[in-house]
Design a protein around this ligand. Structure first.
Ligand code: FBP
Length: 259
């Protein structure tokens, strides 16, 4: 199955809702907008037309995806880490590609922290995951997050460009990377990624218009879209915000009057 067959790439665009934060940050991420703590509400959001995929860990997929399999394209996140641990950046596999396929995943998601002293282990595991995903025909989405080691600023244009290139080199269909700060830097990251598609990682919630502006900048720089969590489901009216995001991502509209 290719990215387009999976539905995750639509009209050349990607708008994934990320919802693995219960693992990565813990439930406190849901406190500012309590309805977001209920996965059902997020599956409802992911059922909207603007959304091309929902990225969750396997426990959430097992319990909620069966009721939404017709409306939602599932990106199963295969690894993760909590904010409770200390030590070098590392994200451990907790779900196999085979199991992801069994529960109906349309694609798999995987995080690496290039630069970490544990980079070797993460590359090794990702290599096996990527190959198995190819055998099963599942598209591969890589959360490419340089961190640790020599990485001082994970949003510097050069570090982000490197992250994009790693997506291509390591065999991802989509590389999810940070905002490199400008349209020109976005363009360079896209060029570095070659045939691999590039999407923006959302980050902590910012202003309504400010985030739309960020998205517009990278779209103008050639990104295919975004994979975003807090900047959608932490908002008071996530439906309305998704509609605005959809107009920037799919229709190339200017953020000015959308919110
Ligand atoms: P956000 O849009 O909320 O930043 O989500 C993107 C994401 O990659 C999530 O999939 C993940 O839970 C989170 O960011 C991890 O963020 P970090 O590694 O910076 O804590």
């Amino acid at each position: 199955m290719g990215l387009e067959d999976s539905g995750i790439l639509r009209e050349g665009r990607i708008l994934i809702l990320a919802y693995d934060h219960g693992v990565e940050h813990g439930p406190s991420d849901f406190d500012s907008h309590p309805p977001s703590a209920d996965p059902e509400n997020v599956f409802e959001l992911a059922s909207r037309d603007e959304v091309t995929g929902l990225a969750v860990q396997k426990g959430i997929a097992e319990k909620y995806y069966p009721s939404y399999s017709d409306e939602v394209n599932l990106v199963l996140k295969l690894n993760g880490k909590t904010s409770l641990r200390e030590g070098k950046p590392y994200s451990a596999l907790n779900c196999s590609v085979d199991y992801a396929e069994e529960i109906g995943a349309d694609a798999i998601g995987y995080t690496i922290y290039p630069g970490s002293e544990r980079e070797d282990e993460m590359f090794e595991t990702f290599g096996m995951v990527q190959e198995r995903a190819r055998e099963l025909g599942l598209p591969v989405l890589l959360w490419s997050y340089p961190r640790g080691g020599k990485v001082e600023d994970d949003t510097s244009p050069e570090v982000v460009r490197y992250a994009a290139r790693l997506g291509l080199e390591l065999g991802a269909d989509v590389a999810k990377i940070k905002h490199p700060g400008s349209e020109e830097a976005a363009r360079k990251a896209v060029r570095a990624a070659g045939e691999t598609k590039v999407v923006l990682s959302g980050g902590a919630k910012s202003g309504d218009e400010a985030f739309l502006e960020d998205v517009k900048t990278v779209m103008d720089g050639g990104f295919e879209g975004l994979a975003v969590g807090r900047n959608v489901w932490q908002r008071e009216d996530p439906e309305k915000y998704l509609e605005a995001l959809g107009r920037v991502v799919f229709d190339g509209e200017e953020p000015g009057d959308l919110i």
